[in-house]
Design a binder for this molecule. Sequence first.
Ligand SMILES: Cc1ncc(COP(=O)(O)O)c(C=O)c1O
Length: 173
Amino acid sequence: MLVTCLSDINIIKSNQAHELLKEFGNIYTRIMNPTTDVFEKRIAALEGGVAALATSSGQASQFIALTNILGAGDNFISTSYLYGGTYNQFKIQFKRIGIDVKFVDGDDPGEFERLIDDKTKAIYLETIGNPGFNIPDFDAIARVAGNNNIPLITEHVDDIKTDLTRAIKKTFA
Ligand SMILES: Cc1ncc(COP(=O)(O)O)c(C=O)c1O
């Protein structure tokens, strides 16, 4: 079977494509276009952040956030109080690409600290855990992350919008 993928970028010589992608702006719609740009700016403003990146699913956003920071051989520490799809992505799919997850049973800040080693590149939480509806102590866990020079990544399902759960503000206030 022959599978052929055609796209605009395929007809540009690879060295030209490399040059084009250095330019900032609306040069390639998967990376950025005016519609997603407006959407991202509004989300960033609503959440109190400096920038946003829109993806087509929660799993995609998690993948992009984590694989931009971690590579094979690295690990991150996550609460076990997670949406089932996320738990599987971390435990099964990330393992296949050499990224290890260490689960804390719950969201005790001391437990996150205890599991950090020299290959730990991030701490991961849900702002409201699914299905437990737990709300972690963001300030304490952000301090653990900051003291160890690693980012705290939070995933926030936007069904409930209150100041209590405004993800970026809570994480970086
Ligand atoms: C906490 C959480 N994250 C993500 C998702 C959905 O992820 P996706 O858009 O990849 O299906 C859900 C769905 O219930 C969820 O509860």
